[in-house]
Design a protein around this ligand. Structure first.
Ligand code: DX5
Ligand code: ZN
Length: 217
């Protein structure tokens, strides 16, 4: 079953708790939290303080996507704040294996993320160690961008490796996912669809989530 992970980047931050409860009631399975530092990506968003504040408002896993330099220095902080899954970019981690072990030692699920221009081969060695692979389908930094189509081949490649190696990590996609692009992702092997603007720009969030799920059939 495909899961929808609404990205709160497109939510109304003046009523964030309500927005999260709204998508939870609407059928979301993860809450996707985009952490940006203004260095790794050209935008500054959410820090551990917000993660801590939203932890009590939902029972859903908090899927924390770190778009920051030196992620090792912040893993424990985000774990303590209540993250359920922490994903780090291959491009931001010099010792990716070590970073993944740090996440696991902090007691949370570990994810690895690759940008559109990064070959899947660069994460091949760590696939047995991760719970989640996040394939960026836009360049990270902002919500509401257009889906980059060549990333679909990468999703397929990673799904094929998962099957060949008998691994069980989830494949998540992030960026430009809507009723037109969702099926391309799920057909290629994605299990979790992050959707920011496609969910939060609609008044009826349940309907928005249902429409994306129905578009994958
Ligand atoms: C992009 C973020 C995404 C973004 C998705 O840097 O990682 O999670 O919020 O937004 P949409 O679904 O609007 O492309
Ligand atoms: Zn994200």
């Amino acid at each position: 079953m495909t899961k929808i992970a609404p990205s709160i980047l497109s939510a109304d931050f003046a009523k964030l708790g309500q927005e999260i409860q709204d998508v939870e009631k609407g059928g979301a399975e993860y809450i996707h939290v985009d952490v940006m530092d203004g260095h790794f990506v050209p935008n500054i968003t959410i820090g551990p303080l917000i993660v801590e504040a939203i932890r009590p408002v939902t029972d859903l896993p908090l899927d924390v996507h770190l778009m920051i330099e030196n992620p090792d220095a912040y893993i424990q902080t985000f774990a303590d704040a209540g993250a359920s899954i922490i994903s780090v970019h291959q491009e931001a981690s010099v010792h990716l294996h070590r970073t993944i072990q740090l996440i696991k030692q902090a007691g949370v699920k570990a994810g690895v993320v690759i940008n559109p221009a990064t070959p899947a081969e660069l994460i091949q060695e760590v696939l047995p160690d991760v719970d989640l692979v996040l394939v960026m389908t836009v360049n990270p930094g902002f919500g509401g961008q257009s889906f980059i189509h060549h990333t679909v081949n990468k999703i397929k490649k990673i799904a094929k490796w998962r099957e060949e190696k008998g691994l069980s990590f989830e494949i998540e996609v992030d960026g430009g996912v809507n009723t037109k692009t969702a099926k391309l992702c799920t057909e290629a092997g994605a299990d979790v669809l992050v959707a920011g603007s496609a969910v939060f720009n609609q008044e009826d969030r349940r309907k928005a989530i249902q429409n994306i799920l129905e578009a994958t059939n």
